[in-house]
Ligand binder design. Structure first.
Ligand SMILES: [Fe+2]
Ligand SMILES: [Fe+2]
Length: 241
């Protein structure tokens, strides 16, 4: 007789499989970003940080694939082509690179760090905690690459041009259904011990990280947080019963 499937474990397996794909994508994105930063004349330490991040993400993909397998899913096939650039077409090349580094690092990596530190505050299992700690220690460095690049551009006056794009960056960093009610399966607290945030907590962490870290950081670098605040308020209104 085949053992009954555990829906929470299945959900966690899918989440870590998805995360593996995200890490594979980030590996290729950072390798390309390193090249772009060099071509646009950004400081060498920023290029080196991007190269290091690319290598970290490759290791993260392996960790996520291992967890996915442990919980019963297969690992995704390795990616071979870099993901589409994040910036909309038509921006001058330096602005497009700044967009990419801000969206990938200041927004997405800061968001990942928020998720990982929340999990570290709640997960008790030792082996999983070791992986979460490893990922968090790297993701915070990846986030710093974005803040350093942004700060280096501040005096050029280019950072203020980013303000209307921040809502798209935030939207691109979340799942389509994050501001929709979660299913009972997505809200199951047992997901936590498998390293996955239940849906409402995930939304709460995203909102808190955006308001407490991302927008103040962008504002300090000369990016008006107004459009992003409006975007977030609209999302919260859509959620209200
Ligand atoms: Fe990662
Ligand atoms: Fe990362």
């Amino acid at each position: 007789m085949t053992p009954a499937r555990d829906p929470v474990r299945d959900k966690a397996a899918r989440a870590w499989r998805f995360r593996c794909g995200v890490e594979q994508e980030a590996h290729l994105r950072f390798a390309r970003l390193a090249r772009w930063l060099g071509e646009c004349g950004f400081a060498r330490p920023l290029v080196d940080l991007a190269l290091r991040a690319s290598s970290d993400e490759s290791r993260h993909a392996i960790r996520c694939a291992e967890l996915s397998l442990q919980y019963g899913a297969t690992a995704p096939d390795p990616l071979t082509t870099a993901p589409a650039p994040l910036a909309p077409a038509g921006l001058p090349s330096r602005a497009a690179v700044l967009y990419e580094v801000v969206a990938a690092c200041c927004v997405t990596e800061t968001g990942s760090f928020g998720v990982l530190t929340t999990l570290l505050g709640l997960v008790r299992g030792g082996p999983l905690r070791r992986i979460l700690r490893e990922l968090a220690a790297d993701e915070v460095q990846h986030s710093r690459l974005g803040w350093a690049a942004l700060s280096s551009e501040r005096d050029r006056g280019t950072t203020s041009l980013l303000a209307p794009f921040v809502p798209a960056m935030l939207e691109g960093s979340i799942d389509a259904g994050l501001f929709q009610p979660g299913t009972p399966e997505e809200e199951d607290g047992a997901l936590l011990e498998l390293g996955v945030l239940p849906h409402s907590l995930k939304r709460e962490v995203f909102t808190r990280t955006t308001l407490d870290v991302v927008l103040p950081g962008l504002s300090a670098a000369g990016v008006d947080p107004g459009p992003a605040r409006l975007w977030l308020a609209g999302k919260m209104r859509g959620l209200a019963p």
